[in-house]
Design a protein around this ligand. Sequence first.
Ligand code: PEP
Ligand code: MN
Length: 337
Amino acid sequence: MIFVLRPGHSQEELDHILELITDSGLTPHVSRGEERTIIGAIGDERILQSLPIESFPGIEKVVPILKPYKLVSTDFKKEKSVVDIGGVPIGGEKVQVVAGPCAVEGMDMLSDIARQVKGMGAMLLRGGAYKPRTSPYAFQGLGEEGLKILAAVRDETGLPVVTELMNIRYAELVNKYADAIQVGARNMQNFDLLKEIGKMRKPVILKRGMSATIKEFLMSAEYIASEGNSDIILCERGIRTFETETRNTLDINAVPVLNSLTHLPVVVDPSHATGYWNLVTPVALAAVAAGADGLLVEVHTNPEKAVSDGGQSLKPSKFYDLMERVKLVAEAVGRHA
Ligand code: PEP
Ligand code: MN
């Protein structure tokens, strides 16, 4: 960390800063220029990052050198991590596709969708049993019954299942049935939930909060990793901007930015990012071209009757088209799907 002192700072102010640095176990190096005094603090500065140093007397500017996250960063681990979900590797050469309905609505529909998407190349099945709905009057999910349906369809089709955990109360239950736990955008900064998931030995798909910066997103992943679970997959699902033509705005930049900052696999959800089924495929292709390790796509056999997110759900025939085109783009960028 570098401290730039104000012109005309007092000796007392300088001593106070030096004391803070040494008390924190770091070594200060003072450099006196003609106009400015600069102090470099050598050591793991993260201990200082939570202090209000910028407002200390005599300080003009503080420049952190280390990132506030550690375990998830490429500084900590250079090679890309591959996260295994029920035997399906995410983060390897193959672009993996997770497909399924927004919500588990029943056994027959889930089994039907699962068999169809599996035949078209999806490797994992998604479906919410606990749904984070904006309205308390909207369908909230089938709860444990939904989890049982997911597990039964996994057993029937062999597709590992991904489902959202919204509340610590259901952690054990969801852990029992799911192959991977999804943390929804609205819970990205539910730190107690993240810590609980960090104690589990289960892969996590962490979705980016709709108003979270990339740094905040990585700090949330760090919460999980710091508790011992590093099987984390990051999911860019669109952020909220001033644009109203689409449900969210896919931050395509996030894909290469995350790939440079973290070793964790990065997937993209073009369904929630756009909100409209006809935009899902082009945006999915852009994500693969930008370096996404996978896609999370909502598919429904009868979107008009879907209990949630029907408007952004692909019919199986459209999902087939998406898969065909994803294969081409994956190959064009040196991967396969
Ligand atoms: C979902 O995947 O169905 C979902 C609710 O996603 P998000 O948390 O990204 O809104
Ligand atoms: Mn949804």
